[in-house]
Design a protein around this ligand. Sequence first.
Ligand code: NDP
Length: 303
Amino acid sequence: MIYDIVIIGAGTAGLSAGIYGVRAGKKVLILEEKYYGGQIINTPHIANYPGIKNISGFEFATNLYEQAIELGVEIQYEKVIKIEDNNKIKKVITEENSYDCKSIIIATGAKNRKLGVENEEKFTGAGVSYCATCDGAFFRGKDVAVVGGGNTALEDAGFLAEYCNKVYLIHRREEFRGEEKLVNILKEKSNVEFILNSTVSAIEGSDIVEGITVKNVISNEIRRIDVNGIFIAIGQAPDNTIFSEIINLDEKGYVIADETCKTNLEGIFTAGDCRTKKIRQLTTAASDGSVAALAACEWCGTN
Ligand code: NDP
């Protein structure tokens, strides 16, 4: 059997592409390594998606997933390890299977960036977390640190302040990258302490996290802080290595494509956070999904 479109990734971009593909009458398969929803599933509140006043990331992702499935998108939970381009018929190879298709949409999103300090890996799941929504409840009544200065870190700090005794928000600069409105909300919270111009230089503990060492990058002052948890929210990086043999990536590993979502190979498209772009938002992921799917439909119609 030959699919019209195989989409790699069931995040916002991939699911949106799926919806547009099946609505155009195409046979669409989504391959997802872990779970549907992508990064947005971890966001406690979405308040900036046009037409939706307020929704949790989980509810948004679930609605999107159900919409795609009900419309006829097929989904398989398999890890893609390779794609092959034989011009008109392409192949997507997973650890278990191989799928022939006329077009491919790469919508692999991005993965959490690591701090790169000692013990980060050792304590992942034992005090080091990349998802406040998933793990926050384990730290009820405890002291925690959040690292980062973007919207994720600001939202995570606000979310954790509801559960935790104390939240230290550690950011490497004076100014936040995230929205001022979120910063102001945090400033009102008595259990949130801002530690600015500072980086985490060590994570300490025996079996679980017991503390961190923070260095002020201006004064070089070192401070040891007792915390039970450290939530790392310093952005994402793409993971497109498996495509690098045939698809052009930029120096950071993003798939090179402009607003047309076309890659260097005909019939292979890309959508969402995994491609080169300036603004990576929920809206732009959904938008890319529709653009890539319609471009794939056009390709399928003429090839
Ligand atoms: P961002 O890239 O926006 O922010 C990453 C933050 O981490 C920056 O403040 C950056 O510092 C800091 N950082 C990066 N590397 C390091 C490092 N090695 N050590 C210490 N700090 C580091 O990522 P986010 O995940 O916050 O957001 C991603 C996108 O998703 C953004 O566009 C954001 O607006 C959006 N988003 C939207 C939400 C919503 O609308 N509800 C919720 C969450 C995210 P510096 O500023 O110095 O570079």
